[in-house]
Write a protein that binds this ligand. Sequence first.
Ligand SMILES: NC(=O)c1ccc[n+]([C@@H]2O[C@H](COP(=O)([O-])OP(=O)(O)OC[C@H]3O[C@@H](n4cnc5c(N)ncnc54)[C@H](O)[C@@H]3O)[C@@H](O)[C@H]2O)c1
Ligand SMILES: [Zn+2]
Length: 371
Amino acid sequence: MRGEALRVEVLHEPSQGRSAGYPVLIGARIIEDLPDLLTEHAPAYRYAIISDTTVAGLHGARAESALRGAGLDVSVFDFPPGEENKTREEWSRLSDRLLEERFGRDSVLIALGGGVTGDLAGFVAATYMRGIPLVQVPTSLLAMVDSSVGGKTGVDTPAGKNLIGAFHSPALVMADTSLLSTLPPEQLRSGLAEAVKHGAIADAEHLEELSGAAAALTAAEPGPLARVVERSVRIKAGVVSRDPFEGGERKILNYGHTLGHALETLSGYTILHGEAVAIGMVLEARVGESIGLTAEGTTERIAGVLRRLGLPTVPPTGIGAEAVIETTLLDKKARAGRVEYSLLTEPGRAAPPFEVAAEVVRRVLREAGMG
Ligand SMILES: NC(=O)c1ccc[n+]([C@@H]2O[C@H](COP(=O)([O-])OP(=O)(O)OC[C@H]3O[C@@H](n4cnc5c(N)ncnc54)[C@H](O)[C@@H]3O)[C@@H](O)[C@H]2O)c1
Ligand SMILES: [Zn+2]
């Protein structure tokens, strides 16, 4: 291998019906090794790269020519960028393109892009001819630390996000952190919020590292980013290896997301997912502290790391406490008027899911300045 790659294995228990796991390779400029890695982990007669037009324009040609130079048969298919295109319509259009081009079951699909591409292309791979192998090549930080690992694929519908989909584990994940140099800074910060989440739920040292390396990370330095991605992937890989279908433990990854999702929705998606999760983590730490589940001082610790990374820690003006509570009750995870929260016991340690009364949340939101 030419580049220096860090490696994390995602393993599946044999009892879960999957023979093996898959490797996640992380490093700067490792995209040059993609042809060799494909030949080893996902051999195929033909390869189809799916990307949004932004990523295709920036990195598609390089990936394509690397594969072609190694003698692999490859074609690129693109779609317009943005969450609004993570739809059944786009899934159908991409699937039809592959059929027109006569891709068979001996093909491998490569998702080159952010989480939208990974989810959409992943769902195409999960369903094309009843499922063909998928390789994830994440290009946003959020996709590197979070969405490319774990096997969840799917699309949005007018009824809500990610409501139609399938579990389809990749054969390989390859995260080249030098691709992040073209990512807009706010998207980079959004991904860092998920890395903070991983530290908050499972690894206090990871929180320290994120805080200490804040300047290098926000400047998109590939080396420090690779270390952060590896540490985060290790945490996510551990959780999804133990609970691939979200039977229990995997819920800890929802920390910051119950209130975060509500804020994201109510803002009309004007705040990015990671920004909403950052605010959600601070509010949920406070919820935990106020019911005595979370150690005192946790909120301040989490908020301090987020601030250093340039992430918001207070809710935007114009969103009311009552609207947030209503929205959490509409979430697909709410049951019979009760909302389950994934909270912390202390920085670096998650608590089992806990149902919190609306009054408690209302008080915390009001104290945070929400009307
Ligand atoms: N499957 C999962 O487990 C999981 C987990 C978390 C999030 N998600 C999903 O991930 C999606 C969010 O992912 P995202 O934030 O990566 O969104 P995204 O894919 O839309 O990427 C964000 C923006 O960055 C651009 N971009 C990506 N890589 C780039 C690069 N290297 N240089 C320049 N621009 C680049 C994209 O074109 C896009 O405009 C959501 O749909 C969410 O539901 C899935
Ligand atoms: Zn998230």
